[in-house]
Design a protein around this ligand. Sequence first.
Ligand SMILES: Nc1ncnc2c1ncn2[C@@H]1O[C@H](COP(=O)(O)OP(=O)(O)O)[C@@H](O)[C@H]1O
Ligand SMILES: [Mg+2]
Length: 308
Amino acid sequence: MNMGVTIAGLTVTYGDLPAVKDVSLRLEDGTITGLVGESGSGKSTLALSLLGHGNIASGSVFIDGVGDMSKMDKGALRAVRGAKIGYVFQAAQNSLNPLLTVGKQLLDLAKSHGVRDVRGAHPLLRRMGLDPDRVLNSYQHELSGGMRQRVGIMFALVLNAHVLVLDEPTTALDMITQANILQIVREVHADRGLTTLIVTHDVGVVAEVASRVAVMYGGRIVECGSTKEVLANPRHPYTRGLINAIPRLTGPVDVAKPLPGTPPTLGTIPAVGCVFRARCPIRMDVCSAQEPEMIDDVACHAVGVTAK
Ligand SMILES: Nc1ncnc2c1ncn2[C@@H]1O[C@H](COP(=O)(O)OP(=O)(O)O)[C@@H](O)[C@H]1O
Ligand SMILES: [Mg+2]
C-alpha cells in the first residue's frame, strides 16, 4: 500500500497570522521523517494538518489513497482520522482519561469508528514489551510515562493506520525511556511498513530514527534532505545553529554553543524577508528585503551566493 504524503504550498493561520507559511514537503511512503525546530516554530500546527486540523488558508495535504485532508468534510475526516492516520499527540502521556481504564477507552475508540474487534491491541502492546491484560485494566495513574507513551502508540495504530504522526513522543521522558520509545518507533514502523512523521525539538532524536529531516523555523521549512547529509553537511545557518547547540558526550563542554536569541512568536515573525535573519550570523542586505526561496532543499540567500 503506497501511502506517502504530499504537502504543497500549505499555509495554516491562527486568526490572520500564519503559523505555517507556504510549506511544501513530501513524506515518502515507508520512510521516517523528522520535523525539527525550536518550540514555537510551527511543528505541531504543520503535523496537525495531516489530520485536517487547523485553519488551512491555502495549499493542500494529500495522503496517497486517502485524498486531500484540507478539502474533506467533517464526516470524511472523522472516518479517516485514526483509521488511516494514527496520531500520538504532544503530551500524550497526560492525555488519557484519568477516570477510565485503558481498555474502556479502547472500546470507546472502536465504537466511535464502528469497529468491533480491537484484539489487535494485544499483539501491539506485547510487541512494545507490555502485558496487555495488565495495561488494559489499568488507569492512567497506574502507568509510568514510558508506558503511557506506548499506550498512545497502541491507540494510534490499533485501527491499522498506515501513516503515523508522533508529536514530541520522547519529551519529558528520562534518557533510558526515551531510547526505549525510539527503539519501539523504529520497530513498529518497520513491522507495519508505515509512513512516519516524528516531530521533535531534539536533533538527537532525528539522528536516532529518521532517514529524512525537515528543519522548521518561523513557520517555514528552511532545509530538508536525508538525515545523514543534512547532519553531516548542514547548509542553512539555522540548521548549523541547532546542530552546534547539541552538547557532546566527549570533549570540552564548551563545544556546545547555544543558539543566541529566541525564536519569533506568531506576532513577531517578520512579514518581509528571511524569518531567521535577526539571529543569523551571515545575514546580508537582501535578507531584510526578500524572503529566500527554497532552492535545492535549502532556503537561504547566503547559500545561493556561495554556490555560485
Ligand atoms: N491555538 C493557538 N492560537 C494562537 N496561536 C497559537 C495556537 N497554537 C499555537 N499557536 C502559535 O503558533 C506558533 C506555532 O505553534 P506550534 O505549532 O505549537 O509550534 P511548535 O509545535 O513548533 O512548538 C507559535 O507562535 C504558537 O504560539
Ligand atoms: Mg509542538
